[in-house]
Write a protein that binds this ligand. Structure first.
Ligand SMILES: [Zn+2]
Length: 411
């Protein structure tokens, strides 16, 4: 085990600040949206750094950037490692960017210390994950794994009415001679900030992710009848706010009884006509439900929706349930997780096995090839903000674990 790699935190800091320079905002955050000028400059600069580090760089047909370190075994499949380069508007310096830098540093140090690997390693700076410019997310990993085809972006526009495909072609960084959908990837490894406060509060330096949660989102419409707030006796009312509040209370109160790691959120509510002295004829509310087991999501939804239906029948009101997000939970690869566990145990780094409540590129790869996802702590659990911050020592631990993991996988 080589935990004494001569990687100091100053070097990591300077890489992170360098990359954050492409799109740095006046608040100290970063705005780097898919195919915009900051994005282009960052990908181009990373291309040059990869060249300096003797990692053969190339772009694919959607602007994903790869740096290839060819292995000695001929015609072998590729170990892919990296994360995404795009950010939300005025986001942080670490979300995505850290995973790209971590992969570059880890692979560079492997190359320096051990020479050529047996198995080919590629670093990837994925073009897009956040969905913050166009109404589509995971464009980078989705294009590599075949979840998306090129024509999926043709009809999409950003808020300035710029067409997705045109923005992509205008970057001049699209290499259509390279196959974007890959069938030569053996495994994917991602390091990412936690974006939550669990690791920090439990004083752990590394999170080994076992599952990425599944998510379902619903619009629920309750239809009653508008009437006068003064002259309609309570027993004659079909008050949609009254019923909706009962349904919401039931749905949220039920959560702990189903599973301790299940979460449900009603984050948006629209009342019609939304007038103080009129009984509301309609309420539409959202329900967001997340858990890492499909069976738990099914069980919860069955229970609450049958209660909803029964209550609507009893009160003579109409109910519509529309599901508009259904993302399946994804399990990370057991063998890779086991190697991660043995690496952190050997390093004596305090770690935790955990579930990711946020979506990541690793969830797209996780359904396509053996995948591992590692977390480092986020100070105060803050992300998607200029206040996003991870201690340099934790950033270093993440890189050393990745270095050791890739060593065991590729050498
Ligand atoms: Zn991210």
């Amino acid at each position: 085990l080589n935990t004494s790699i001569d990687l100091d935190t100053k070097e990591i800091f300077s890489w992170m600040e360098w990359l954050a320079g492409f799109g740095l905002t006046k608040n100290g955050g970063v705005t780097r949206l898919l195919y915009d000028a900051n994005w282009k400059n960052a990908q181009h600069a990373l291309f040059e750094r990869m060249k300096e580090l003797e990692l053969e760089p190339y772009f694919d047909g959607v602007g994903n950037l790869f740096g290839r370190l060819k292995g000695t075994v001929e015609n072998d499949k590729v170990i892919l490692t990296g994360s995404h380069i795009d950010t939300v508007i005025d986001g942080g310096k670490y979300d995505g960017a850290y995973g790209v830098v971590a992969s570059l540093l880890a692979v560079n140090y492997l190359h320096k210390h051990y020479g050529k690997p047996k198995r080919t390693i590629e670093i990837v700076s994925l073009c897009e994950e956040e969905g913050s410019r166009f109404p589509l997310a995971f464009w980078g990993s989705g294009s590599i794994t075949g979840k998306y085809k090129e024509e999926d972006c043709k009809e999409l526009y950003d808020t300035n009415n710029i067409n997705f495909k045109k923005a992509m072609n205008d970057t001049g960084m699209i290499n259509s001679s390279k196959k974007t959908k890959r069938d030569d990837i053996a495994s994917f490894v991602e390091v990412h900030i936690e974006q939550g406060a669990i690791l920090e509060s439990e004083k752990k330096s590394i999170g080994i992710v076992s599952h990425i949660v599944g998510q379902r989102r619903f619009n629920i419409r309750v239809k009653g009848e508008s009437n006068h707030a003064g002259t309609t006796p309570m027993t004659f009312r079909r008050d949609s706010v009254h019923l909706a509040s009962e349904l919401i209370s039931y749905a949220l109160n039920k959560v702990p009884a189903i599973d301790s790691s299940l979460v449900a959120t009603v984050g948006k509510m629209t009342v019609s006509p939304n007038i103080p002295n009129v009984i509301a004829n309609e309420v539409i509310f959202t329900l967001d439900v997340r858990h890492h087991q499909e069976s738990v999501l099914n069980q919860y939804c069955d229970i609450i929706f049958s209660f909803f239906r029964e209550k609507c029948l009893q009160t003579g009101m109409e109910l519509e349930i529309e599901k508009w997000v259904d993302v399946k939970p994804v399990e990370m690869n057991g063998n890779l997780t086991e190697i991660c566990r043995s690496v952190v145990t050997d390093m004596k780094v305090p770690y935790k096995e955990m579930v990711s409540g946020a979506g990541h590129d690793a969830q797209i790869f996780g359904t396509y090839c053996p995948t591992a996802l590692l977390f480092v702590p986020s100070v105060n659990g803050i992300s998607h903000s200029p206040k996003e911050w991870t201690k340099m020592e934790d950033l270093r631990n993440g890189i050393v674990v990745l270095f050791e993991l890739l060593h065991r996988m590729a050498y």
